[in-house]
Design a protein around this ligand. Structure first.
Ligand code: HEC
Ligand code: HEC
Length: 443
């Protein structure tokens, strides 16, 4: 296809030289028509928002040659491209990522030479989640909440506690069932094989994204490239810094810098220092599933009543966010509430840097609201166990805290009953807002 394209472009140019305008126009139309089936190889994009953030923090700009390029090379050597994924040689990685399945989801939509399905991710997910999994596909800007950015490896609806990776099963379930009340659709109609492939692909994009973030923030981001840059590329702070060094110090720092960069030319070092620890956390996610005490036998009505009491108690603090009437309008809801994905680049107390991030493709910050629980819509699933996990562990990245440890598992079960059966089914009109006598005083 590429060769054909070039040949026809040559034809265009030689015709132009002859000045045969009518023919040229016809050929040009032909080229435009065939360009539809010619798409350049898809590329992962570098996480420039993270780079920019690191640059602001360190008051230095990344060197293309010594930082950005090596990061891109390490990522490509370790994970390949969107059309041709590979896996880094981390021992045991096959327990987390299945390359055959990843290949089913990767690449352009269609089938390979053996008739095997490919391109599921681009067929079903890319317009929201983006080719790199940055949650900023072309549709994203119109949605609230925004699609997940997989790159920090943080997920909301999982069986593990905050700070832990989700299990394979958690991701598989959200892809199958979708997130009710959001744009995240259910993919129940796909084969279980296809959902498996997509689950592996999401993990692949996450692990790749976490590796990238670690390289940007911790490894290459900690190097100050001023010493290796030509003077014309230094900013004022960098120039000042270099001028403060003696010739000897400058040479020393340069050598140190180049040594640090050279460390990552070794594949072994990358696996051991960077990718290995990330993969390990995913490997262990299954052991981190929050164990749940069995639900005690109890009359539902009684359990709902206990749950109601707990919901409005200072012990749980639920009403502080979800409100006296559970409409999601508690006092905390007034505060500057943004999720962690937004907080990464947006500080409501200092909005001055926002513009720079928006120019790099960051999405306009959207306020997060505690859920209106009277609607009975549960994004993370409506099975009792789903709600149990949400209350016990909180919702990572979304300001919903884990229930305090003094709240027992039995009490969580009462809250589950209240949230599932107490709230949505008692019509607001018939129900006076709860009198907040046992809720801490507003200040
Ligand atoms: C129309 C847009 C859209 C499409 C298409 C879409 N998603 Fe999503 N997805 C979302 C939104 C929005 C969220 C965030 C929901 C939230 O934060 O509550 C999300 C969240 C997710 C999550 C994170 C759940 C969590 O626990 O944090 C995963 C995983 C996911 N999507 C996978 C996929 C996969 C795989 C596909 C394709 C098969 C896909 N999505 C297609 C919009 C979309
Ligand atoms: C600091 C504020 C805050 C507190 C306290 C809080 N929540 Fe939430 N809660 C939220 C936010 C924000 C969301 C929406 C998160 C999202 O984007 O999915 C939420 C969502 C929920 C959901 C919906 C889960 C789903 O799958 O959609 C339930 C159920 C819930 N909270 C119950 C509770 C209970 C019960 C308590 C008390 C133990 C509580 N919350 C305490 C902020 C809070």
């Amino acid at each position: 296809m590429m060769r054909q394209e070039i040949t026809s472009m040559n034809a265009v140019y030689s015709n132009m030289r002859r000045g045969d305008w009518a023919r040229w126009t016809l050929l040009a139309i032909g080229v435009i028509a065939t360009a539809g089936c010619f798409s350049p190889a898809a590329q992962f994009e570098l996480n420039m928002i993270a780079v920019h953030k690191r640059e602001l923090e360190s008051e230095a700009t990344f060197s293309t040659q010594y930082q950005l390029q090596p990061i891109a090379e390490i990522l490509e050597a370790s994970f390949g491209t969107p059309d041709n994924p590979v896996l880094p040689p981390v021992p045991g990685i096959e327990d987390v990522l299945d390359l055959e399945k990843i290949k089913m989801a990767a690449g352009p939509y269609g089938s390979d030479e053996n008739g095997k399905q490919r391109g599921l991710y681009r067929q079903h997910c890319v317009h929201c989640h983006g080719i790199t999994g940055d949650g900023a596909g072309p549709t994203a800007a119109f949605l609230n909440p925004y699609p997940r950015d997989y790159r920090p490896g943080k997920f909301k609806f999982k069986s593990t506690a905050s700070g832990q990776e989700p299990t394979h099963q958690d991701l598989n379930r959200i892809i199958r069932d979708g997130a009710a009340g959001t744009a995240m659709p259910s993919f129940k109609l796909l084969d279980s094989d296809e959902i498996e492939a997509l689950t592996h692909y999401v993990k692949y994009l996450s692990i790749r994204g976490q590796t990238e973030l670690y390289l940007i923030e911790a490894e290459f981001g900690e190097l100050l490239p001023a010493v290796v840059k030509p003077a014309s590329e230094r900013n004022a702070e960098e120039q000042e810094y270099v001028e403060s060094l003696t010739e000897e110090e400058l040479e020393e720092e340069k050598a140190e810098f180049l040594e640090e960069v050279a460390f990552f030319e070794s594949r072994e070092n990358i696996v051991e220092e960077v990718v290995g620890p990330i993969v390990e956390k995913w490997m262990n996610a299954g052991d981190e599933v929050t164990e749940i005490a069995e639900k005690p036998e109890m009359e539902m009505k009684e359990s709902i009543a206990k749950g109601r009491e707990l919901f409005f108690s200072a012990k749980t603090g639920c009403a502080g966010c979800h409100g006296e009437s559970a409409l999601g309008d508690g006092q905390t809801a007034e505060a500057d509430f943004y999720d962690d994905w937004t907080r990464f680049y947006y500080d409501p107390n200092d909005p001055s840097t926002l513009e720079g991030y928006l120019a790099l493709g960051a999405l306009e910050p959207r306020k997060l609201r505690p859920r209106n629980l009277r609607q009975g819509v549960f994004r993370g699933g409506r099975r009792p166990i789903d709600i149990f996990w949400r209350i016990r562990n909180g919702i990572e990245g979304a300001k919903m805290p884990a229930a305090p440890p003094i709240v027992t598992d039995e009490e969580i079960w009462h809250l589950v009953d209240f949230v599932r059966y107490g709230l949505p089914y008692d019509a607001l009109s018939e129900n006076e807002p709860h009198q907040p006598e046992n809720v801490r005083v507003r200040n």
